[in-house]
Design a protein around this ligand. Sequence first.
Ligand SMILES: Cc1ncc(COP(=O)(O)O)c(C=O)c1O
Length: 295
Amino acid sequence: MSAAPFDQRDGWIWYDGQFVPWRDAQVHVLTHGLHYGSSVFEGERAYGGVVFKSREHSERLKKSGQILDFEIPFTVAEIDAAKLAVIEKNGLKDAYLRPVAWRGSEMMGVAAQHNKIHLAIATWEWPSYFDPAQKMKGIRLDMADYRRPDPATAPSTAKAAGLYMICTISKHRAERRGYADALMLDWQGRVAECTGANVFFIRDGVVHTPTADCFLDGITRQTVIELAKRRGFEVAERRIMPDELGSFTECFITGTAAEVTPVSEVGAHTYVPGEMTKILMDDYSAEVLPKAKAA
Ligand SMILES: Cc1ncc(COP(=O)(O)O)c(C=O)c1O
């Protein structure tokens, strides 16, 4: 690892409404969010100084908190403004943003009705990925052992830190086995998503993606569906079983970090990233660029 650890960098973090020097933006070890997973977060990107779909991300953050039974004490408009302020304060234009909200330290037990809800927003440079020709080679996905949980078992639509426990375990296992990431099934054995991205397939000119009924309905996923429809591509959001994986010809994953990333392998199945993947990758790259303000 060559880059400095994330707690030992310079810059400013927006923390409960104030700018705090990066290294001072700390929590106590007796923080409810750390012990009981009462934490929700977002991953966002700014392109040219504009946060892509900022309001949608702020709304999802607020909603994730509500699902975990807490109210983030800032409005969507205040969170949007804080994101712009923090990228500007750090002198960034093309950046990743990490808003995170968590229950504080007032009570240290399962019940934490009166704990203060904190919100911090960090940002760091993260230029949009490497060259498209390289990217078109595609990444290799392993099959994960863990499954996305039944919505009756976990708050599966929230972007809650606790739901990432099985993602980290699955991604570590995939990396140890030489893959870039892992594809997870859901609790019913249907194809679901990757550890930090949604998944799409292409066959006979039709774009297929699993119905987001027990995993994150990614903002990139929604954007790519809209872009595909704009292109006149048929999009089938449906139940996809693993025995169908061999019948698709193209595959790609979507997410704020991954953007649109072609996939060359899922377990035993191989794909050749092709024209439709390339079109959607390029359309997404164009879509995220700040739009010129109307005169
Ligand atoms: C588990 C998971 N699924 C899907 C996504 C894609 O979501 P988005 O496109 O909103 O970044 C992410 C990334 O945040 C994720 O962590």
